[in-house]
Design a binder for this molecule. Structure first.
Ligand code: B12
Length: 384
């Protein structure tokens, strides 16, 4: 079985016309397409960087507030400049894009504009026909490092999709890369927390490079909404490489290809590699391999009755437990209940409370300190 077609969708500026992109994303996903959704208010540079890193076949833009000729054409130009001219650009804007505009846009390299009245099925069929072909494995000669890495990641995902996965890689994890695993229930704020952490990692060391491997659920051969980029603001940065992965039928929060992709990233010169699982429940820790140096369980203060804590196996295994959204009323109770729960484990674990959506949150600073200390020092700090 081949991998699903991947496209990236985005809205340059959203003035309230958001229902079109939501409808189109949903229609694509329902028809077997993996949609990496970048969200609203995105610069050309952010769209192009994301498309290259995600190795999508095409970028779909929804634009309802003018400036579409310049915007779409600039995306095409920037793709060409970065050697990614095999990534196509298409989209629509209902009644705001005229046929004359479309002619100008197509002359300048835009693949296709859909007008008001086109059936959703017609658009989906067109995407399947038009973007069926895979990219050349390594991109153009002299392609930038981001693109070469992105295409290797696709090859790994493809090899798992068509049952020709290599034996678990002979490569070893690089000792210079810190690999951090984030897990926890959906809605706990993992993505926002990671984004704030990345901001601090980039500020603390002007040369550090970070990779993020982020997962969303999907069934084998079906589409998926890969939406974590839509929450990321600080991670849209040239020193950050982010890749969104669908779980493609695997239970437990990660994809069949995660481990190999992680190894490749750890061999690619990043100082930090952060993995985010899909929203998980009470099951055991998803990071079973020794590839992850530290694990962080992010919880919402509102987990229900105290008894629930006894069932969360990840509370036994995580190195750091974060109670995020701790501006909520129940946060103090949650902190004391979780503290008593993890005390029973008698191992170096640290409990931290954060409000990731707040800028300069002291809890996120504390988390960053723990994750950037040498591993032994971090272990000691967790014992205190
Ligand atoms: C619904 C709607 C609204 C809703 C939006 C609700 C929401 N949450 O999105 C509300 C009521 C909020 C609204 C407000 C306004 N609207 Co209005 N709105 C529309 C309307 C009727 C439909 C848009 C829509 O979402 N359709 C559903 C999508 C799926 O269909 P579609 O738009 O026809 O798009 C097709 C293709 O273009 C393609 N497509 C679209 N995007 C993408 C992306 C990708 C990746 C792909 C592949 C395809 C694709 O998919 C569709 C296939 O059939 C359009 C008319 C129109 N069709 O454009 C006017 C329209 C866009 N609005 C318009 C205006 C003027 C406004 C207001 C300024 C009105 C006012 N004076 O207050 C405000 C502006 C918003 C604000 N800042 O307050 C004008 C824009 C005129 C212009 N040339 O700029 C339009 C064209 C109506 C008109 N004929 O005058 N609007």
């Amino acid at each position: 079985m081949a991998s699903p077609i991947r496209v990236l969708t985005a809205v340059p500026i959203c003035d309230g016309h958001d229902s079109a992109i939501n409808t189109i994303n949903l229609e694509f996903i329902r028809h077997g397409i993996e949609v990496v959704y970048l969200g609203y208010h995105r610069y050309v540079q952010d769209i192009v960087r994301a498309a290259i890193q995600e190795d999508v076949r095409a970028i779909g833009i929804s634009s309802y507030n003018g400036g579409h000729v310049e915007f779409f054409v600039e995306v095409v130009k920037q793709l060409r400049k970065r050697g990614a001219d095999d990534i196509a650009v298409f989209g629509g804007g209902g009644g705001t894009i005229t046929h004359d505009d479309q002619r100008v846009m197509q002359k300048r390299g835009v693949d296709k504009i859909f007008f008001a009245g086109t059936s959703l099925t017609g658009m989906v069929d067109w995407v399947h026909r038009r973007y069926d072909k895979q990219h050349k494995a390594s991109g153009r000669n002299g392609a930038p490092a981001d693109m070469q890495l992105a295409r290797k990641l696709t090859q790994i995902e493809d090899s798992y999709a068509n049952g020709k996965a290599p034996r678990k890689s002979a490569m070893k994890k690089s000792g210079n890369t810190r690999v951090i695993g984030f897990t926890g229930p959906g809605g706990a704020g993992k993505t926002t927390l990671i984004d704030e952490l990345v901001l601090r990692l980039l500020h603390r060391d002007a040369k550090s490079r970070v990779a993020i491997l982020s997962h969303d659920p999907s069934v084998v051969g079906e589409g998926a909404l890969l939406g974590d980029r839509a929450t990321m603001i600080n991670s849209q940065h040239d020193r950050v490489f982010m890749r969104s992965m669908a779980t493609r039928g695997q239970a437990g929060g990660l994809s069949p290809a995660t481990e190999d992709c992680l190894l490749l990233l750890s061999q690619s010169g990043f100082d930090y590699v952060i993995i985010e699982t899909v929203g998980t429940g009470q099951e055991a820790m998803p990071f079973r391999s020794k590839l992850v140096d530290q694990t962080v369980l992010v919880m919402n203060p509102d987990y229900g009755a105290r008894l629930q804590l006894q069932k969360i196996v990840m509370l036994d295994l995580a190195d750091i437990v974060v109670v995020n959204k701790s501006d909520q009323e129940r946060a103090r109770t949650a902190m004391s209940e979780i503290e008593r729960r993890i005390e029973q484990n008698e191992r170096p674990q640290k409990l931290i409370s954060t409000v990731a959506k707040r800028h300069r949150d002291a809890g996120v600073d504390q988390l960053c300190d723990l994750l950037t200390q040498p591993l032994e020092a971090s272990k000691k700090a967790r014992t205190k």
